[in-house]
Design a protein around this ligand. Sequence first.
Ligand code: CA
Ligand code: CA
Length: 364
Amino acid sequence: MNLLPLLILLMTTPEATSDHVSPAIASPERKPTTPDGMIWIEGGSFQMGGVGEEARDDERPVHEVSIDGFLIDVNEVTNRQFKAFVDATNYVTVAERPVDWEQLRQQLPPGTAKPSDELLAPGSLVFARPDQPVDLNNPSMWWRWTSHASWKQPQGPDSTIDDLLEHPVVHVSHEDATAYCRWANRRLPTEAQWEFASRGGLERGIYSWGDDPIEPTHANIWQGRFPNENTLEDGYLMTAPVGSFPANGYGLHDMAGNVWEWCQDRYRPDTYTLRLTSNDLVRNPTGPADAFDPRTPHAKDVRVHRGGSFLCNAVYCDSYRPSARMATTPDTGMSHLGFRTVATPEMLTPANAGKTTGQIKADQ
Ligand SMILES: [Ca+2]
Ligand SMILES: [Ca+2]
C-alpha cells in the first residue's frame, strides 16, 4: 500500500480490465550464458496462487500458468550495486526529490488539504519501532515520514550505508527500480516469474521451503510482538546482508523476507479472476492493464511487490509465502522495500549485450 497518502489522511469502483497475457516477454527456451549473480530458471508450468489456510482472497483462484525460461538474481539488489548505478548515471531517486503535490493529490480523496511543507520535502517512510503495543490497523503508529531519508540515508539525516553495502537497497520506488533495470539491461520480474522462482521447484508448498512452519533459521522476519517487541531470534532487527539465510530449491536467497521485492505488474485484487475469463493456458502473464487497490482506491498505478520483509510475522503480515501479494504506488519508497532483477535470453544476446531494454525494444 502507499502509506504517504494514508499518513496524510491520518493527519488531515473500478472498471474490470483483462490481464495482459502477453507474448511480449516470451523468450526462446534457450539457456544463455549466465551472468554473475544470476541463476537460470528453466521455464515450465505451475499452479499459481494461494496454498493453505493463510492464503488471501487476492491469491485466488489458483490457476495453471506457463512461463518461459528466464534468469533471475540470486540475491536482492544491494546498496553496493545500486551505488554503482547512481555513480555511473547521477540518478536521483524519488525519495531525494521534493514530493510532487499535484501527483500525490491524485492518489487522495478529492478535497484533501495540502499538507505542510515539511511533509512535501524530500524524504521517505522510515520504520520507527513504538515502545508499546499499538493498533495493527494503524500503520502510522510505526511508519514515520522522515525528511531526507533515502537509499543512502536509510534512517534519515546522519545515517549512512557505509556499513550496509551488502544489505539490500531500500527506499527505492518502482520508478527507481525500473531505472536501475534499464541501466543494467535487466527487468523487474513479473509476478508469475517471481512466484515460480520463489517456489524453488516445490509443486505446492505453503512456503519456499515446504509446509513446515517458519523458523528463525528460514528467513529474516520479525519475532515477537509486532511492532514494538522484537526478540531477534533470527539475529536481525531490520535488513540482513543478502544471502544470510538458506537458498530455496533454485538457489535463490531471501525470496522469503528481508525486504519486499518490486515486481513489474500492476496490482488488482481480482487479477487472477480476470485472467481466467478464457480457457486458454495462461502463458507469460504480465498483469492487468489498469491497477486498482481498495486500500488506496484513488491511486491509479499501484504495483505489486512480493516476499514479505523483516517486518512480517505470522500474526501481522505472513507474506513470506510465495503466493502472497502486496501493492504500493510506484513513487513510494520504504525501509523494507527493495527489488531483484531478471533477464530474458534475448536481452543477453551478443547483439543486445550492454543495451538498455528500451534500445532492444526500439531495434525490434
Ligand atoms: Ca529479523
Ligand atoms: Ca526478499
